[in-house]
Design a protein around this ligand. Structure first.
Ligand code: AGP
Length: 614
């Protein structure tokens, strides 16, 4: 969960690397470092703290050189300190290396190297790699690129690695297994490397995504060379990047999270584009259309995911079972991969992931594949690992999501799962043509209705002011709004650090109601629908214990308005589409509360945007 950036060419490497690390800081931000080769010298600059710290640390030094590697860290082995920051260098100071991932057998390798006289400065698993490469290079008398290839056959774990050596000042070597790495091919023979394309897009749109166990040998002014870990040469598959630079800027908003919340009318529209035509009564999911029959005939659909994506999967379960009458199971990917699940070729496993790089979700897919199941994906990042290992899938088209707290990716995932439920239901005939058309028209109207919800931002900010000092909070919902309650609680937890829990409203009486007193804010989704009256009685139970009710209600609601301390109105829509509207006020509430508590909204403590290690 670190960010890697590297450059080789004729431009100054340092400014390119620092700018790229800032773009990747959402992947990890507890320490950072750069290594540059300048006139045959290998210079390392690294320190604990954010990239800005590193920039300041280097400001008095002349960080020259046209070849360099940079890293922003999310600690796994060894606390965030100057010495544990990357790059790590060989004992003779000739080789520097950065790494994203985990070397599982690092301790065994370390003990072996210590026996051979290597002295370790840091507590990291990564330092083992640089000494191992140095060791093999000296023993086998091979250049550092070949030594890295040989070293990797001894390594167990996940890695994206970039290495440079002052003995080979115009070469760079990179390797990848599980952790993402992309190479940008510059116009003037120069190359840009990074964990994802965001640091590269302003320089080139020509990229090569490294596959598992691929090694890239990069020489300024020469063709990119790719090899397998077994030394077979491979042809690079050059792809054209679709993203635009401006999508990576804050667009005048104070935080990426607020910008991404306000982008949802467009991101939901983009997710629907070319897939929904209410006029013609048509839903088309081109990416999975060849698998829809398989999904309809499947024993069950198993949705695997983590965090916010898991909440989207839960909404998907309600919708697909309700509309398409297909059995759906939702699994935490981290549990699914180790609980020896019963799987067969009649099962379809669908991974949901914004980044497409979450290690537990990828491992769950690989397990499913090994058991013969069909594996599909719903991802946001184009070209991500999950999009490449699945049999087929659909992109959510929400655009780059920089804020660590997922917002627009969640509503895009729910939009896509809604399209999937409607498409399967229509093909299966488990929904009447009339109802199908009504729901398509309602879904088509959602982006405009989201705009209306966003207009209540100022009111939500006022409500946030009253609860910014809360120490706990409860979120309640029924039916497909229950996962939205879970998501609301997760948003508040991850960016404001207030303890919060989401519950099915009826579950309260079985325990959580004991928590309620005049200090407990209870956020409730109480929109019109089959369970409205039930939710009203749950609200009465909370009020009876002096709890504070903040209710999301359907425009024009009068009953709950009488009982609640605060109401936030959302436009009327079909019950199955409420999750797309009700989640927005929860996003804004947690955002404003976090800002008022001076939390780092875009880079919350202890979190990173994509969790690429288990
Ligand atoms: C959500 O705000 C968090 N960033 C986190 O829970 C996230 O949803 C989870 O890590 C899954 O990430 P993915 O969708 O990229 O797989």
């Amino acid at each position: 969960m670190c960010g890697i950036v590297a450059y080789i060419g004729k431009k100054d490497a340092f400014p390119i690397i620092i700018k790229g690390l800032k773009r990747l800081e959402y992947r990890g931000y507890d320490s950072a470092g750069v290594a540059l080769i300048d006139n045959g010298q290998l210079n390392i600059y690294k320190c604990a703290g954010k990239v800005a710290n590193l920039e300041e640390f280097i400001s008095e030094k002349n960080a020259e050189g046209t070849i360099g590697i940079g890293h922003t860290r999310w600690a796994t082995h060894g606390p965030p300190t100057d010495v544990n920051a990357h790059p790590h260098i060989s004992m003779d100071g000739s080789l520097a290396l950065i790494h994203n991932g985990i070397i599982e057998n690092y301790d065994a390798l370390k003990q072996e190297l210590i026996k051979q006289g290597y002295v370790f400065k840091s507590e990291t698993d990564t330092e083992v790699l640089v000494h191992l490469v140095d060791n093999i290079g000296k023993k086998e008398k091979v250049w550092f690129g070949e030594a890295l290839r040989m070293a990797l056959s001894h390594v167990v774990g996940a890695y994206a690695i970039v290495a440079i050596s002052k003995d080979f000042p115009n070469q760079m070597v990179a390797a990848r297994k599980s952790s993402p790495l992309v190479v940008g091919i510059g116009e003037e023979g120069d190359f840009y490397l990074a964990s994802d394309a965001t640091p590269i897009v302003e320089y080139t749109k020509q990229v090569v995504y490294l596959e598992d166990e691929e090694i890239a040998v990069i020489k300024f002014g020469e063709e990119l060379k790719l090899f397998s870990i077994n030394d077979e040469e491979k042809r690079p598959y050059i792809q054209q990047l679709e993203m635009e630079l401006e999508a990576l800027e804050k667009g005048g908003y104070e935080h990426f999270m607020l910008k991404e919340i306000h982008e949802q009318p467009r991101s939901i529209q983009d997710c629907l584009r070319g897939r929904l035509n209410a006029q013609e009564g048509r839903v088309t999911l081109g990416g999975i259309k060849d698998y829809e029959q398989k999904m309809i005939q499947a024993n069950r659909l198993i949705l695997v995911a983590c965090g916010t994506s898991w909440h989207a999967a839960l909404v998907g379960e309600y919708l697909i079972e309700d509309l398409a009458r297909i059995n759906v199971e939702v699994e935490y990917a981290s549990e699914f991969r180790y609980r020896n699940p019963i799987l067969s070729e009649n099962d379809v496993v669908i991974a949901i992931s914004q980044s497409g790089e979450t290690a537990d979700t990828m491992a769950a897919l690989e397990l499913a594949k090994s058991k013969g199941a069909t594996i599909l994906g719903i991802c946001n990042v184009v070209g991500s690992s999950i999009s490449r290992i699945t049999d087929a899938g659909s992109y959510t088209h929400a655009g780059p999501e920089i804020g660590v707290a997922s917002t627009k990716a969640f509503t895009a995932q729910v939009t896509l799962l809604t399209l999937m439920a409607l498409s399967l239901a229509h093909k299966k005939g488990s929904i009447s043509e009339t109802n199908f058309r009504i729901l398509l028209t309602e879904l088509e109207a959602i982006p405009e209705k989201v705009k209306k919800v966003l207009e209540t931002n100022a009111k939500i900010e006022q409500i946030a002011l009253e609860y910014k000092d809360a120490t706990n909070a409860l979120y309640l919902g029924r039916g497909s709004s229950f996962p939205v309650a879970l998501e609301g609680a997760l948003k508040l937890k991850e960016i404001s650090y207030i303890h919060a829990e989401g519950y099915p409203a009826a579950e309260m009486k079985h325990g959580p109601i004991a928590l309620i007193d005049e200090n407990m804010p209870v956020f409730v989704i109480a929109t019109k629908g089959n369970s409205y009256e039930k939710v009203v009685s749950n609200i009465q139970e909370v009020k009876a214990r002096k709890g504070k009710i903040i209710a999301i209600v359907t425009e024009g609601d009068t009953q709950v308005r009488e009982m609640a301390d605060h109401v936030i109105e959302i436009p009327e829509t079909n019950e199955i589409l409420v999750p797309l509207l009700a989640t927005i006020p929860f996003q804004l509430l947690s955002y404003h509360i976090a800002v008022m508590r001076n939390c780092n909204v875009d880079q919350p403590r202890n979190l990173a945007k994509s969790v690429t290690v288990e």
